[in-house]
Write a protein that binds this ligand. Sequence first.
Ligand code: ADP
Ligand code: ADP
Length: 230
Amino acid sequence: PVIIRAEQVEKYYPQPSENRIQVISPTDLSISAGEIVALLGPSGSGKSTLLRMLTGLSAPSAGVVYWHEKPISTADVNVSIVFQSFALFPWLTVLENVEAPLKARGMEATERRKRSLKILDTVGLDGFQAAYPKELSGGMRQRVGFARALVVEPEVLFMDEPFSALDVLTAENLRSELLELWQKKTIPTKAIFLVTHNIEEAVLLADRIIVLGRNPGHVRTDFKVSLSHP
Ligand code: ADP
Ligand code: ADP
């Protein structure tokens, strides 16, 4: 079933202006349960802008985003975002970072801790709960980012260039682990939306790829894809 549906969403900056720049031209898209969707495009093509509109962080200039066919403004939205820069709280331990969103939701301490330790174990951070982000490598920090995003069991997990700050090998490892966990249904989320400028990453991870062209906001439908078999 369809979880998120964008209908003719557009975005321009600055909002009220004669010489505004269109960043997203009218776009339809949907995200359904069970799929990994990649949004692929070069830097500046509007990927983050589209992600922000789908998650409700920013309002479209025109068009509507629906969650379960309800406009996002009135819908019950449960999302998490994994950022390229990790965006961890440096003054909190790994465990406290992961607990933070549960604390913000008012969850009781024992339950909070139990869930956080479980998800840390899932992402391969067992034994690191007392460490601080600065003591960890980039790859381990992003594991904390994943754990913090997943601990709330988001209906859709959004990832904005989650592997771009990592070296190639670390990125590859983390990517294939994520895919394995997803395929084993160990990740508590129904769908994944991945923003990336890396075509290989999109092809390896996604069930479906949406491409934004170099000209801001133009969803390209003119791609011809040929598959070759060895
Ligand atoms: P991407 O994620 O693909 O790199 P972005 O969505 O960040 O692209 O940006 C798309 C375009 O919109 C860029 O030209 C960027 O400078 C511009 N832009 C993004 N956010 C704003 C904003 N708040 N105000 C003005 N311009 C913006
Ligand atoms: P909105 O108008 O969509 O609610 P904002 O204007 O508050 O969003 O900006 C959203 C994000 O875009 C912020 O994180 C901001 O830092 C970033 N941003 C602002 N201006 C630019 C720009 N010229 N290029 C790229 N990103 C920008």
